[in-house]
Design a protein around this ligand. Structure first.
Ligand SMILES: C[S@@+](CC[C@H](N)C(=O)[O-])C[C@H]1O[C@@H](n2cnc3c(N)ncnc32)[C@H](O)[C@@H]1O
Length: 439
């Protein structure tokens, strides 16, 4: 069949796009296998290939993350062919555009019946597995649980009131979808921010219980939008905002953000304690602290001191604090919705290894809380050893601390400790314990 010149040209462009996808996918998968995060390697590769346009970058990034999100099933089905696996993973998440689907299927080592699978993205999880098994004549339909590594299920606890299988399936379902990007507006400006974002054509909504939290369910350039809306918002996941809600900083307080990273929570705390209060933000990594310094300056905050410090070292600045936030390093399983490759990079011993570090960090920061003060321990993970066990062990050696019941910011129920499960936002999963030092 003879094609019109513009059709032939479009086809050549699509074939080229799919070739670039294959090259990048191959390199990112190799990086992930050696423990490097997919987003970091992808960003490096895209930086070195300026010729790749915005649309193609989006196509590559979407396909890549679909691949890791569905990797557990691709492996269970025994699909080793790269393009076949990438196309199938894409179809599980979204409809393939005609040209791209055809170009990818031409590079598959087996025939993928695109027509039979065109509505795959709409099907519920269990049905997806059946449809693929049927269309490809595969022997088995894997379970939703197989989308996460087997060790994960051995490491988590299911709330006693829940039926295990249904609870696990709910969790997987949630981790298979990318949650919205959550923004934190300056106090009292959430509704205004949501409205301005909608005027820019973005699907934005305020959280019904945290009105300064605005969810946007479409990628967008944050820097550009800050300028266009004229509102100095921060990108900060809803679960992370909850940790500071539980800390409940009050005007005039002295607060230590002990592992502040790039300062996401520091900024929120500093806004709450106001000019009469003081925040000490420390971290062991100078590189992330440089970002914190930049963000604090951009918000014009004068009540924060940033210092490089190892929580485990004896000599720390600052005296006694009204409250300490320990947002501890962890295995990060609660962020597997945004970073699906981390499911396959995280070693099974990670929760235990972090559990030991967290325990030591808890003991060190506890020394710096005044009697009657509060220690908030948060981790973006769902494993038992890093959450319930860590708190229990801490309380067994520090009888002067006790768990304090707090109102869960997202479900408005009194709880102690608190779980932010990914379906509550949707957002990252997080564990937050509020520990009160007896006066
Ligand atoms: C989960 S991240 C914190 C994220 C940060 N609070 C935020 O909201 O963006 C954990 C942080 O703990 C820091 N960390 C790890 N070991 C530490 C130590 N011994 N002393 C101080 N910080 C440490 C890491 O560098 C990392 O930035």
């Amino acid at each position: 069949m003879i094609q019109a010149p513009e059709t032939a040209q479009r086809w050549r462009r699509t074939v080229r796009r799919v070739q670039v996808l294959e090259e990048i996918l191959t390199q990112v998968i190799a990086a992930v296998q050696s423990g490097v995060p997919a987003d970091r390697r992808l960003a490096e590769l895209l930086r070195s290939r300026r010729e790749i346009g915005a649309r193609d970058r989006r196509f590559i990034s979407d396909t890549l993350f679909s691949y890791f999100r569905w990797w557990g099933w691709l492996r269970a089905w025994g699909i080793a062919d790269l393009m076949g696996a990438a196309l199938l993973a894409s179809l599980l998440d979204r409809p393939a555009s005609g040209d791209e689907g055809r170009a990818m299927s031409q590079r598959c080592a087996f025939r993928l019946p695109l027509d039979a699978l065109k509505d795959l993205h709409r099907a519920a999880l269990g049905r997806k597995a059946e449809l693929v098994a049927h269309a490809l004549d595969l022997r088995r339909s894997p379970l939703p649980q197989e989308l996460l590594p087997a060790w994960f299920w051995e490491e988590i606890t299911v709330p006693e009131s829940r039926e295990v299988g249904a609870w696990q399936e709910r969790l997987v379902n949630c981790l298979q979808t990318r949650p919205p990007v959550w923004l934190r507006a300056p106090a009292g400006r959430g509704a205004e921010l949501a409205e301005r974002l909608r005027a820019e054509g973005l699907p934005a909504r305020c959280h019904p219980r945290l009105p300064n939290a605005v969810g946007v369910s479409k990628p967008f350039p944050a820097v550009d939008l800050r300028r266009r809306t004229g509102i100095g918002f921060e990108v900060q996941d809803l679960a992370s905002q909850c940790a500071v809600e539980i800390l409940d900083p009050q005007p005039g307080m002295r607060i230590w953000d002990a592992s502040a990273g790039a300062g996401g929570k520091t900024l929120q705390i500093a806004e709450r304690v106001g000019p009469e209060g003081w925040v000490l933000a420390t971290d062991i990594r100078p590189t992330v602290l440089r970002n914190a310094v930049r963000r604090i300056a951009a918000q014009g905050l004068k009540n924060v001191t940033v210092a490089r410090a190892d929580v485990l070292a004896a000599d720390l600045p600052g005296g006694a604090f009204d409250a300490v936030l320990l947002d501890a390093p962890c295995s990060g399983t609660g962020t597997w919705n945004r970073n699906p490759d981390a499911r396959w990079r995280t070693p099974r011993e990670a929760p235990r290894r972090f559990g030991l570090i967290q325990m030591r960090m808890l003991e060190h920061v506890a020394e710096r809380i005044r009697p009657g003060g509060r220690l908030v321990y948060s981790v973006c993970t769902l494993t038992k050893v890093e959450t319930l066990d860590a708190v229990e062990e801490f309380l067994s050696v520090r009888a002067d601390f006790a768990l304090e019941e707090r109102i869960h910011p997202l479900v408005e129920r009194r709880e102690s400790p608190l779980w932010v499960f990914p379906w509550m936002g949707p957002c990252d999963g997080m564990f937050i314990a509020c520990l009160l030092r007896r006066g």
